[in-house]
Design a protein around this ligand. Structure first.
Ligand SMILES: NCc1[nH]cc(CCC(=O)O)c1CC(=O)O
Ligand SMILES: [Mg+2]
Length: 376
């Protein structure tokens, strides 16, 4: 160290005669950069480089890395999406999401107990609707005894301390797998919104704490807010899937809820074009104006720029959905031994925090919570 200081003194700031600095005039002219390096200090010559700033200093030990760490990942950041199905005491594997299962309602209650024990704040529920109950207009969505409603009541009765988030959209209930009602090839916006308001009120009356519309119809946030308030459900929150993209990463989810084989066409007339970023701001601005309490971006990792932009622009609680395809990619590689399991999962989740997310919907939630609570 002493010799480093000495070098800095003897080689006082002077004109730069060579080096990369000269090539780029816009480069910072801070004194630290201008100090020339002693030409005698050849690599391996034993003389330290004359660097005033060495960013590695703060990384030299575990305690120091912890001290300078900018972001943290905690159990409080996790939302656990689960799939529910008919039946009793049964769990059924979802092949394209290794490690994820569909749960009967009683097993969903077990999952909620596990969430409570791990202190995962909330679950997000998605139903696998019996094919015979699916129709053109998704009428099962409005049935207060449908799978989601029964799961809501069962979990609320046994594990009231866990937050329950429900998906509002018609796709688990329609014979064509679209999120709205159709007229020929068109997905009808305003007619669909009417049904979504009804669906939201039914779910909230059955115990949903947070209504999360994932349908991407225009105007649904405002309509749902009015509908909930009119039903006396003023405390029910709305988490808007504000920027939801027409993504190929939803494939395994559609296997899980049984819509991949029935879906006619694609969802590009209502979900966003993956090429668009500025449009996400417009989507979110409308949802904020219409009364959204929280915003969500979906998918997650490929859309971190959108997470960052929405958080910066609105400052609302903002969430990212690490979707089924992201889960399948990571878990597939882990199971093949190509990636180091816990490290890659936590690095990915930390990236959401760094981008500004307040939390993440992730199928890895119970696994990560277990590690975090073990202090690993
Ligand atoms: N409204 C449907 C819905 N809600 C959540 C997801 C995807 C979640 C995932 O892939 O994990 C989808 C799929 C879709 O839009 O087709
Ligand atoms: Mg919108």
């Amino acid at each position: 160290m002493a010799s480093g200081v000495q070098t800095a003194m003897t080689l006082a700031p002077g004109p730069v005669s060579a080096g990369p600095q000269q090539r780029d005039e816009t480069m910072s002219l801070s004194p630290a950069r201008l100090r020339p390096v002693d030409p005698a200090a050849a690599p391996g010559g034993g003389q330290p480089l004359d660097l005033a700033t060495r960013l590695r200093r703060n990384r030299k030990s575990d305690w120091s890395r912890r001290l300078v760490r900018e972001n943290t990942l905690t159990v409080d950041d996790l939302i656990w999406p689960i799939f529910v199905m008919e039946g009793e005491k049964t769990r059924e594997a979802v092949p394209s999401m290794p490690g994820v299962e569909r749960l009967t309602v009683d097993e969903a209650v077990r999952a909620a107990e596990q969430a409570a024990k791990l202190r995962i704040p909330a679950l997000a529920l998605f139903p696998y609707t019996q094919p015979g109950l699916r129709d053109e207009t998704g009428s099962e969505a409005l049935n207060e005894n449908n799978l989601v409603c029964r799961a809501l009541r069962a979990i609320k009765a046994r594990v009231p301390e866990v937050g329950l988030i429900t998906d509002v959209a018609l796709d688990p209930y329609t014979s064509h797998g679209h999120d709205g009602v159709m007229d020929g090839e068109r997905i009808l916006n305003d007619e669909t919104v009417n049904l979504l308001v009804h669906q939201s009120v039914v779910q909230a009356q059955c115990g949903a704490d947070v209504i999360a519309p994932s349908d991407m119809m225009d105007g649904r946030i405002g309509a749902i807010r009015i509908g909930l308030d009119a039903a006396g459900l003023t405390d029910v929150q709305i988490m808007s899937y504000a920027a939801k993209y027409a993504s190929a990463f939803y494939g395994p989810f559609r296997d899980a809820i049984g819509t991949s084989k029935t879906l006619i066409g694609d969802k590009r007339t209502y979900q966003m074009d993956p090429a668009n970023g500025a449009e996400a701001i417009r989507e979110a601005a409308l949802d904020v104006e219409e009364g959204a309490d929280m915003l969500m971006v979906k998918p997650g990792l490929p859309y971190l720029d959108v997470v960052y932009r929405l958080k910066e622009a609105f400052g609302l609680p903002t969430y990212a959905y690490q979707v089924s395809g992201e889960y399948a990619m990571i878990e597939g590689a882990i199971r093949n031994g190509w990636l180091d399991g816990s490290r890659v999962v936590e690095e990915g989740l930390m990236a959401f925090k760094r981008a500004g997310a307040d939390g993440i919907l992730t199928y890895f939630a119970p696994r990560v919570a277990e590690r975090l609570s073990a202090g690993a």
